[in-house]
Design a protein around this ligand. Structure first.
Ligand code: SF4
Length: 222
């Protein structure tokens, strides 16, 4: 069992995470058409592709069912592309997880782009980049920070705020992304009532930041 520096249990390392096998399929957890609830593209309709596997283990993770990729057998990439192209009037896809960058995403991105789809990535940046994206939302996690080259790829930086320490962490992260990257602070959902006033006050004092709310949870949509 892996234990972090605070004594919390961590999920096991993802087997094969560093092995890049061209189209071995992808561990699909779920795919669905909805509205993006968070960050820069909030309110836009998009097809979500959620992949399994994450080795970070955030205590507040709302996608813990994704952590173990063995529970989600690989689905051929061509099948995933076919449905995302056919059943997606918005012609936009959010690739999320789990941590999607555990897997080689070149083939997925090439297929989606060939179908005229815009691709938005949600990542912690903790694994090497592959694939080509139209928008990258980098959501760094303190217990496993992004790799060095992830920072420059962010179009959007989204920091989850559980407490005051996270505001200092957010500034450390903001110092590493490109000038012009959109900056978002998002209250951690289970602590939103306590954290929201602090986030609001911080943004009023530091207006380069914007708030991000998990609006899909308020709308009760996936
Ligand atoms: Fe969950 Fe994302 Fe944290 Fe992984 S990085 S544990 S998927 S919140």
């Amino acid at each position: 069992m892996r234990i972090d520096e605070q004594g919390n249990r961590m999920p096991p390392p993802v087997e094969g995470a560093d092995v890049r096998i061209p189209d071995a399929g992808l561990p699909l957890v779920e795919e669905f058409y909805t509205l993006q609830g968070e960050g820069f593209h909030t309110g836009r309709a998009a097809w979500f592709i959620r992949l399994g596997g994450c080795d970070i283990g955030c205590s507040w993770c709302d996608a813990k069912q994704t952590w173990n990729p063995r529970l989600h057998p690989p689905v051929p990439t061509a099948e995933i592309v076919r449905r995302a192209t056919r059943d997606n009037p918005a012609k936009a896809v959010v690739v999320t997880g789990g941590e999607p960058l555990i897997y080689p995403l070149d083939e997925l991105c090439a297929g989606l782009h060939a179908g005229g789809i815009e691709i938005f990535l949600e990542t912690s940046g903790s694994h090497p980049f592959s694939g080509v994206f139209d928008w990258v939302c980098l959501s760094p996690k303190r217990r496993q920070p992004p790799l060095d080259d992830a920072w420059a790829r962010a179009d959007e930086l989204k920091v989850i705020v559980e407490g005051a320490d996270d505001l200092a962490w957010a500034e450390e992260c903001a110092a590493r992304v490109r000038l012009g990257t959109k900056l978002f602070l998002q209250p951690e959902w289970s602590r939103r009532d306590e954290v929201m006033p602090m986030v609001v006050e911080y943004i009023k004092q530091n207006p380069r930041w914007r708030s991000s709310l998990q609006s899909h949870k308020y709308m009760r949509i996936p």
